[in-house]
Design a protein around this ligand. Structure first.
Ligand code: NAD
Length: 263
């Protein structure tokens, strides 16, 4: 028995890092998973790999996986992705809002276009995917939404002005959605990852001319567990919040940060 047998889940930004680990874990737990990403090559590769594994060893529940290449930076794209997935699989139980981008601009460098880009991806896509998901979940008399926030929802490290702003807003969006929709059985929660080594960091380290050892040392200084986290460790927390194990959890922000925010 998988923990998500018979459920249908959608994941944004599912081709890499935390999103990819979530797609893999949800699928392994029996869910049919539709995921989108703007990176078509990476998304198609993951979907093909999971489908091939199913052909070799069919899942007991007939769970399957579907990938859509989409940029969630517009309302239309968000509505089309979530509604399309529900149409394909016949229902919707779980939404994971995960897609996120970073910028490294200070207040006097950030243009309106730059602010809009990051607000649209990191914040508005979470709202618009929820806008599509809530009526679909209402049809099943319940569901679960998990938003990927950050330690940056509550602390600032400097140099991430727009990112930190959006991650704090996701914490507020999570509470507001939970207040409005928990009475109809739709639980809304967030995870707050700390330093998780993903392609996101590989790119940042390369751009800054740093080494993985330097990144690991920084994560060791900043966490109680003295190491960076793995995407699978965040996916495990997302799974908990999305599953019936979290049946009395709503409006929460669960940090998966090696103790960073508690330090
Ligand atoms: P990642 O870059 O490895 O994966 C993000 C994925 O989202 C990529 O596949 C990317 O193509 C996709 N994406 C980005 N913009 C998109 C768009 N407009 N439309 C569709 N897809 C889009 O990064 P990650 O580290 O796995 O980050 C995932 C989430 O976790 C983000 O919301 C990030 O802010 C959050 N987070 C990460 C960390 C960390 O340390 N890695 C810490 C805290 C929060």
């Amino acid at each position: 028995m998988g923990r998500l047998d018979g459920k249908v889940a959608v994941v944004t930004g599912g081709a890499s890092g935390i999103g990819e680990a979530t797609v893999r874990r949800f699928f392994a737990e029996g869910a049919s998973v539709a995921f989108c990403d703007r990176d078509g090559a990476r998304g198609n590769r993951l979907a093909t790999e999971l489908r091939m594994a199913t052909e070799l060893k069919p899942t007991a529940t007939g769970a399957t996986v579907a990938f859509t290449q989409a940029d969630v930076g517009t309302e239309d794209a968000c509505l089309a992705f979530v509604n399309g997935a529900a149409q394909q699989f016949g229902r919707l139980d779980i939404l994971v809002n995960n897609a996120g981008i970073r910028k490294y601009e200070k207040i006097d460098e950030a243009s309106a276009a730059s602010w809009n880009e990051i607000l649209n991806v990191n914040l508005m896509s979470y709202a618009f995917c929820a806008k599509a998901a809530v009526p679909l979940m209402r049809q099943n008399k319940g569901g679960a939404i998990v938003n990927v926030a950050s330690v940056r929802s509550v602390v600032a490290g400097g140099g991430n002005l727009q990112y930190d702003t959006t991650k704090a807003a996701i914490a507020g969006l999570t509470r507001a959605l939970a207040a409005d929709h928990s009475p109809e059985g739709i639980r809304v929660n967030a995870v707050g990852p700390g330093p998780i080594f993903t392609p996101f960091h590989e790119r940042r380290i390369a751009a800054a001319g740093e080494t993985v050892e330097q990144y690991n040392a920084q994560a060791a200084r900043g966490t109680m567990l003295k190491r960076p986290g793995r995407p699978e460790e965040v996916a495990a927390a997302i799974l908990f919040l999305a599953s019936d194990d979290a049946s009395y959890v709503t409006g929460a922000l669960l940090f998966v940060d090696g103790g960073m925010t508690a330090m």
